[in-house]
Every structure is written in structure tokens, then in C-alpha cells.
Design a binder for this molecule. Structure first.
Ligand code: PHE
Length: 458
């Protein structure tokens, strides 16, 4: 069965159950963004100051945009590009709005090309932890002693392995591939996550971590922490990349979008918080700097775990957790461009997944080989395309789509809630996302906007 209709009479497959949909959507949202990006950003922006702003961003901006993506996808039930261009056409607007779907397709592919090398590194580190490679090492040594991950060749091999697995799952389609994998892996993920977090809280500096993450210190909130939090909320909830539009297109009309989106956003946020409760007790117990940045997980944690009871095993399990989170996100990133290719060519579902997968693999390999490519890809996909996609989704749902069409997709919302949602996607959400977009660009190109804001806020 095709993943999307290609031509007359074809039907879009639907999720077999609510559980399958939720596991796939939570699987997409919960990823390296929660286990790796959220803790290091929290550390960089001062702990609770970041966490509080993040929670507000999720509830007020990201959650309404997630509802919009699911509703836009379900409305026509076609691939992301077609769903949007048909909706715009019905509303008497230009079919060119389909460009939102095209941005999503490109963005998903680019995010995956930078995501897969990191996921490959996670696999390498899981293997090395179980092998006891990090036992007795200092944190500063871990990166240099990683024998399975030294040099470009091993990095490319691990990246290749990760992409082959991702392609193999997506090539088997919605039911035989994605649903089958996520309904097994996600429950295992939650079980392991709870286990490692309890271990870390009990054996590490739990009380200090809880204080660091939750005691409000409002005076430490800065404009840059607000921006970082909003960008992180988008990344973590897989928004702006047409993924939720695509997953929404497989969703039955009986399902409540506000309720399901709340479960997805709530679970994703809970996992991010638990990841903090897993990593910071260990960081504080060993006197590491929480602001150490991205290296926190790859350099510091393996060495640190190895100094704890059963550390090689726990450290390995931590990286297995991260791997499970990564692969269930990667399949959602691959399915968006794969569906588009299948839709616009005569290629089969399997061939489409393979062709797109190879392109993504090649870009990923290039980013490993050519210095700075990865940083640029990250910037272009994360700071330009994701917010741009999110901004256009809000405009589509709030301004382009007729209110009645959106109301029909959100029948479970009360009148009040619908009015509130519509207000958010018309005004504050596009404004907030537009601001991140401009400030993100400014950060790169130095137009002086950030400096100007800082001069205002003193
Ligand atoms: N949400 C995933 C994570 O948190 C990554 C992702 C980003 C997936 C953007 C899809 C789109 O790791």
C-alpha cells in the first residue's frame, strides 16, 4: 500500500490505533533534542531561568502550532505539499502556499543529515561504554580515548549504519515499518528512562539538581534565554518541518486533535525534564560545569558514569536510550521527503525511501568530512527553515485557511478554546516566531539587532 495517494482512487492509510499514532508522534518529538540539546541549553542559560521560559513557550506557542499542523494535515489527508496547496486553493488563495510543504521536505532532509552523524556517535559511545572503554578515565580524556570513534572514517561508518536502519524501517511503510517499530521501542524507552533517572537521582547529587532546575530565579531570564527556549521548543516538538502535517494526514477524524497534541507535547516536555533530572545529579556529583555545552554528554558523561557503581552498564544504557530516541525521530524525518518523492514520481514507497535516504546520507557524510558544513547545515535548518516553516504554518492556520475549515478539524475544542487557539495562531505565535527568525539570522550575520535589544534592556 502506498503511504500517500498517488492519483485517483488511492487512499491514504490510517494509523491502526490511537496508541500507534501517539507512539509515532511522541517518538518523533522525543529525540536527541530532549536528551542532548535540552540539558546543555539548560546548563548554558542558567538552569531554572531557562526551564521556566521553556515551559511557557511550549504551552503558549508550540502547542497551538502543533494543533495547527495536525489539523492542516488531516483536513485534506494528502501529502504535506498537496494538503496545503489544496487547502489554499479551496480558500480561493494561491496554490503556491504548497511551498510550506516544500520547506518542510527540505528541512526534514537537512535536519536528518546533521542528526544522523550525532546518532551514529551515540551508537559508538553505547558500544564503548558496554565494553568498559571509559572505565577509570577522566572526563577530559573521554573524547580522546574513544577508539571506536576516532577520525572521519569511523564517524562515517556509524552514520552509515544509522541511516541504513532508518531507511530499512521507512521503506516498509506506515504499518509494517514505522508502527511496528515505535510501538515496541517507545514503551522500552520510557521504562529505561525511568530506571536511569532514578539511579542518577539516588546515587548522584539529586537535591542539588532539583534546586538548579526548579527553584525560580526570574532575574536570570535574559532575551537570549527566551529566544533559545522558543527555538528549542520548536525543535523538540518536531514543528516547522511538515512532520506533524504528515502524521496528521494519517489521523482518523474521530481523534481529538487538542487532546492528542496535549499528550504529545506533555510527554515530550516530561522527557526533557526527566533528562535534566538524569544528567544534572551526575554533573553536580562530580563537580562538572553545567555550562560545559554540547560536550557534556559525549565527553563528560561516559567518564563520569564509569566512576559510579555499575557505571559502564548504566552509561551504556544511557546511550542506548539516546539511540532509541534518535531512531524514532529519524524515521519521522525521513518519511516526509520520502512521501513527497513517492507522490511526485512513479517511484515505489521502498524506492523513494532509499533514494531520499542516500541523498541524506551523502549530505551527512559531507558534513563529517568538510569542516564547518555541519555548523552551517545546523544553522540553516534549525535557525532558518524550522522557524520559517512554523511561521508559515501559523499564518496558514490563522489567516489563509477559512475559520470554518479549521473549526471542522477541531470539533472537540470548546468555543472558547477554539477562539483562543485562533487568536494565538493569528497574532502572538507568528510574531514570536518571526522574532526568533530575525534574531537567529542576526546572530549569524551580525546586523546588530541583538546588540540593540541588549542595549535597551541594559
Ligand atoms: N524532535 C526531535 C528531537 O527532539 C528532532 C526533530 C527536529 C525531529 C525537527 C523532527 C523535526 O530530537
Amino acid at each position: 500500500m502506498a503511504i500517500t495517494p498517488s492519483g485517483e482512487g488511492a487512499t491514504t492509510p490510517q494509523w491502526t490505533s490511537r496508541f500507534a499514532f501517539l507512539m509515532a508522534a511522541i517518538g518523533s518529538a522525543v529525540g536527541l533534542g530532549n536528551l542532548w540539546r535540552f540539558p546543555f541549553m539548560t546548563g548554558q542559560y542558567g538552569g531554572s531561568a531557562f526551564v521556566i521560559v521553556y515551559l511557557i513557550c511550549v504551552v503558549l506557542v508550540a502547542y497551538p502550532i502543533m494543533m495547527s499542523e495536525l489539523a492542516l494535515g488531516r483536513h485534506k489527508g494528502l501529502s504535506a505539499i498537496e494538503s496545503i496547496s489544496e487547502l489554499a486553493k479551496d480558500a480561493g488563495k494561491s496554490k503556491n502556499w504548497g511551498v510550506v510543504g516544500i520547506i518542510g521536505v527540505i528541512c526534514s532532509g537537512l535536519v536528518l543529515s546533521t542528526y544522523s552523524p550525532v546518532a551514529g556517535q551515540v551508537m559508538a559511545y553505547a558500544t564503548m561504554s558496554y565494553m568498559g572503554e571509559f572505565a577509570g578515565r577522566a572526563a577530559s580524556e573521554a573524547a580522546t580515548v574513544a577508539p571506536l570513534y576516532n577520525g572521519a572514517l569511523p564517524a562515517i561508518l556509524w552514520h552509515t549504519l544509522f541511516m541504513v536502519m532508518t531507511i530499512a524501517i521507512v521503506a516498509q511503510g506506515l504499518h509494517g515499518g514505522i508502527e511496528r517499530i515505535v510501538t515496541i521501542l517507545m514503551p522500552i524507552f520510557f521504562f529505561l528512562l525511568a530506571g536511569v533517572a532514578i539511579y542518577a537521582l539516588v546515587t548522584g547529587a539529586g537535591a542539588k539538581a532539583v534546586d538548579y532546575l526548579f527553584t525560580p530565579r526570574f532575574d536570570e531570564i535574559t532575551t537570549s534565554s527566551v529566544l533559545a527556549a522558543l527555538g528549542q521548543a520548536f525543535f523538540s516538538l518536531s514543528l516547522g518541518s511538515a512532520i506533524m502535517i504528515t502524521y496528521g494526514s494519517f489521523l482518523s477524524r474521530e481523534e481529538s486533535i487538542p487532546a492528542n497534541a496535549a499528550v504529545i507535547a506533555g510527554s515530550d516536555t516530561l522527557v526533557a525534564i526527566i533528562a535534566g533530572l538524569m544528567i544534572f545529579p551526575v554533573v553536580f556529583a562530580f563537580g562538572l560545569d553545567p555550562a560545559a555545552g554540547m560536550g557534556l554528554i559525549f565527553n563528560a558523561l561516559p567518564a563520569v558514569f564509569s566512576g559510579m557503581p555499575a557505571g559502564s552498564f548504566i552509561g551504556g544504557t544511557f546511550f542506548v536510550l539516546a539511540f532509541v530516541a534518535a531512531i524514532t525521530s529519524a524515521i519521522s524525518l525521513l518519511i516526509v521527503p520520502a512521501v513527497a518523492l513517492e507522490n511526485y514520481t512513479s517511484l515505489s514507497k521502498t524506492a523513494s525511501a532509499i533514494v531520499v535516504g542516500i541523498i541524506v546520507w551523502a549530505v551527512g557524510a559531507l558534513s563529517i568530512l568538510v569542516k564547518d558544513t555541519g555548523g552551517w547545515l545546523d544553522f540553516f535548518s534549525g535557525s532558518v527553515l524550522l522557524p520559517l516553516g512554523g511561521l508559515l504554518v501559523a499564518i496558514l492556520a490563522g489567516w489563509v485557511a477559512p475559520s470554518a475549515a479549521m473549526r471542522a478539524e477541531l470539533p472537540h475544542a470548546s468555543d472558547r478554546m477554539f477562539a483562543f487557539w485562533r487568536f494565538v495562531v493569528r497574532y502572538p505565535a507568528p510574531l514570536a516566531v518571526g522574532v526568533i527568525l530575525i534574531l537567529g539570522l542576526d546572530d549569524k550575520f551580525g546586523w546588530g539587532v541583538n546588540a540593540w535589544i541588549n542595549s535597551l534592556t541594559g
